[in-house]
Design a protein around this ligand. Sequence first.
Ligand SMILES: [Cu+2]
Length: 510
Amino acid sequence: MTRTRMDIWTRTDDEGTWPEVLVAYARAVETMRALDPPTGPPTDPLSWQFQAAMHGRATETGSADRSHPLWSRCQHGSWFFLPWHRMYLAAFEAVVQHHLGDDQWSLPYWYALDPDRPTAAVLPPAFREARADNALFTDQRSVLANGGDPLPDVSDSVTQALGVDVFATDTGVASFGGGERSQPSFFGEEMGAIEDTPHGFVHVVVGNDFDDQGNTVREGWMGSFFTAGLDPLFWLHHANLDRLWQVWLDANPAHRNPPDDDPAWFRTRFRFPKPGGGTRTFRVGDVLDTTALGYTYESVGVPSTFLPAPAPVPPGPPGAPEAPAGGGIEMGGVEEAPPPRPMATPQVVGATQDVSLAQAAPAVVELSEPSDLGLGDGEAGAGPTRVYLRLEGITGTAAAPAYEVYVNVPAGDRGGEHPELLAGRLATFGLAEASRADSEHGGSGLTKVFEITAVRDALADRGRWDPSRVTVSFEPVLPVPSDTDALAQASTGMARAPDLRAARVVVLSA
Ligand SMILES: [Cu+2]
């Protein structure tokens, strides 16, 4: 029988009575914590700290602890991000079921940045009840999160992510799920749209406190790879990311997972402890259908803010009949979407090196050949040139939870006055880990790509596209808790000013 993972806010009533699924979850968390030794590393694979260590655990010097073969194995910055976390959740769900003696218990999800439901941007009440006997509460969270304030509304990033048309890419353009990699990657460097915001943003804002300038004043569990799984809320947040993968697949018939004949995707396997001893190995190809893993989601509806782009039409020889409207090709009664339009190989049309992203002045990218980037090509039938902004090698030790990235904001204006110039948001989860010299890629940092075709078009419509250069400005997203006294108390330590940099800011056309 297929189980349903429920939306935690639809299970929450006004009286604050805990839904049964959370009463059981809290019991399991207690049981699992009791399996951890009072000090020292965890030893029981079914314990709370061990489960969290599989995502990440830090050594004393702050590097990834791999002293156990199952530790520090999370996948970020690549197309393995979504499938690895799906496996991790399925294995965790089985552990909770085991402890509860209930094989029907299903992990609920928290849709923190629902464009249609701003009220759900608040932590569910059970996680905020500050009692010593509440296993779902921790003070290792931000004042904003535990205070019941809504997270800053960046829900349009969810809408934007759902509109990204490819799951993964090896050409440096924007993707939904992350960059293609031939090997598992703790920090694959190239984040997909879904991994950045909503995923990383929720991590940082739930975990860390910031002052009103965006300086980090306190770090909690959700803010770091090495501690995130210790927060019981982590699992509900990731259930939502897992759900959004299905929402993306359903949002447009042209959306699809990487092909199953790609062994680097389909056959890559990961191992997780299972109840009763031993481990269970999943291949990526085994987890592409949630019903095969025994669950579905209460809702996988696309937000009302999402306007599906018309399905792309594959190019045919001149004079060939056009593909049917709507992009569907009837084949034996089964609607089969055409493959996405083959994209021209992206070309670098401008780049600038070593840019501070924590400064007010915009970065300037001179375009190598003054270019309209294909404006007007639309009439020629080839489709307009698509334009991308790529931020490579983003490093730093401290940053605001996210930055809004704007293109060609007029001098003296703030980006917020020009929503049509917003390229997207860059969340800074994983920044410090990816910047360490002893990390997987020697501290080469994160990479984030935005498609800015619509921004280019908006500028051109106003006669403001500058063919010789693109300017890029970064404005911090500042979470401001209503309980300023609690924030002042939390921030007894030193405020760490953002030192975010990008090795290269690149404009691509395709
Ligand atoms: Cu995460």
